[in-house]
Write a protein that binds this ligand. Structure first.
Ligand code: PPS
Length: 285
C-alpha cells in the first residue's frame, strides 16, 4: 500500500501535497511565534470543528470570515506544501493546524510560548470516521474493507501513523501551561462549556450573544451547509462526489460497526498501550 503514500521517519503521509523535504524543513526550521495558536489532532478527531470554533471566537461570533475563506486558508496545515507556503507568508498571529506526531513537529514550538490545543477523540470513532473518509478520498490507497482498515489502524500502518503513539506522544507535555487537552466527546456533550474553556485558555472574552453565535455557526448543521468548511470545494479533484467531511458528527458510532472480536482486540490494545496514563484523560464510555 505504498503507491499513494510516502514514508518519512517511519510515518506514512499522502504523496499528494506532502514531501520529505518539506516535512524535514517544517521540523527543523519552521519558526513558531509566541502569538501563534496551534490546533493539533490525530486525523478524524474533530479538527475542522475545532478550527471553525476558534475562528468564530476570533471573529467574536461574526460568521463573515468562516463563510468567505476556505478553512484550510484560515488555519493552514503546517506539514503540507500548500499550508506551509501560506504560513511562511502570513503576518501577525496565526492559527496553525497540524496532524503531526510530536517527534516531527517544528522544534521551535518547544521553546515558544505559543498556545496549543490538542483535541482527542475515542479512537474507535476515529477509526470509523477515518474508514469512510479515506474510502472517499482519491489521493490515498483506499482500504478494501473495514477488516483491512482495522489491521492498518491497530498497527499504525496508515497516514500519520499510530493513534496510540500520537496520543501518548502529545500527552507527554500535558502539564505545560500553554497546552490544553480537549476531547471531541466533551465538545459534543457540553459544547458551551468547552467553548468557554477555549476562550479562557486563549484569553478571549465573549459577550453572551457572541458566544451564542459561535455555537450556532460552528454547529454540525451550519458547518455542513458552509461550503468554506465542508470540503465541498475539494470534491471532484481530491474526493469522490459522495464524500462527506461532516458525515454523522456523533459519539459512539463505533458500536454500529465493530464486531465483538474487534471490540475485544481494541480494548486489549488500549489497555496495553494506554494503561499507565490517567484514565480521566479519556472521557468516552
Ligand atoms: S480531518 O479530515 O482529519 O481533518 O477530519 P476531522 O475534522 O478531524 O474530523 C471529522 C469528524 O468530525 C466531525 N465534525 C463534527 N462533529 C460535530 N459537530 C461539528 N460541527 C463537526 N464538524 C466536524 C465530522 O462529522 C467527522 O466525524 P464523523 O464521525 O465521520 O461524522
Amino acid at each position: 500500500m505504498t503507491g499513494k503514500f510516502i514514508s518519512f521517519e517511519g510515518i506514512l503521509f499522502p504523496r499528494l501535497n506532502y514531501s520529505p523535504e518539506v516535512l524535514r524543513e517544517v521540523h527543523e526550521s519552521f519558526l513558531i511565534k509566541h502569538e501563534d495558536v496551534l490546533l493539533l489532532t490525530f486525523p478524524k478527531s474533530g479538527t475542522n470543528w475545532l478550527i471553525e470554533t476558534v475562528c468564530l471566537i476570533y471573529s467574536k461570533g461574526d460568521p463573515k470570515w468562516v463563510q468567505s475563506e476556505p478553512i484550510w486558508d484560515r488555519s493552514p496545515w503546517v506539514e503540507n506544501k500548500y499550508g506551509y507556503e501560506l504560513l511562511k507568508e502570513k503576518e501577525g498571529p496565526r492559527l496553525i493546524s497540524s496532524h503531526l506526531p510530536i517527534q516531527l513537529f517544528p522544534k521551535s514550538f518547544f521553546k515558544s510560548k505559543a498556545k496549543m490545543i490538542y483535541l482527542i477523540r475515542n479512537p474507535r470513532d476515529v477509526f470509523v470516521s477515518g474508514y469512510f473518509f479515506w474510502r472517499s478520498a482519491k489521493f490515498v490507497e483506499k482500504p478494501e474493507s473495514m477488516e483491512e482498515y482495522f489491521e492498518w489502524f491497530i498497527h499504525g500502518n496508515m497516514p500519520f501513523g499510530s493513534w496510540f503513539d500520537h496520543t501518548r506522544g502529545w500527552m507527554s507535555i500535558r502539564d505545560k501551561e500553554n497546552f490544553l487537552i480537549l476531547s471531541y466527546e466533551e465538545m459534543k456533550w457540553d459544547t458551551r462549556n468547552t467553548v468557554e474553556k477555549i476562550c479562557q485558555f486563549l484569553g478571549k472574552e465573549l459577550e453572551p450573544e457572541e458566544l451564542n453565535s459561535v455555537l450556532k455557526n460552528s454547529s454540525f448543521q451550519a458547518m455542513k451547509e458552509n461550503n468554506m468548511s465542508n470540503f465541498s470545494l475539494a470534491k471532484g479533484l481530491h474526493f469522490e462526489e459522495n464524500a462527506h467531511l461532516l458525515r454523522k458528527g456523533v459519539t459512539g458510532d463505533w458500536k454500529n460497526h465493530f464486531t465483538v472480536a474487534q471490540a475485544e482486540i481494541f480494548d486489549k490494545l488500549f489497555q496495553e498501550k494506554m494503561a499507565d496514563l490517567p484514565q480521566e484523560l479519556f472521557p468516552w464510555e
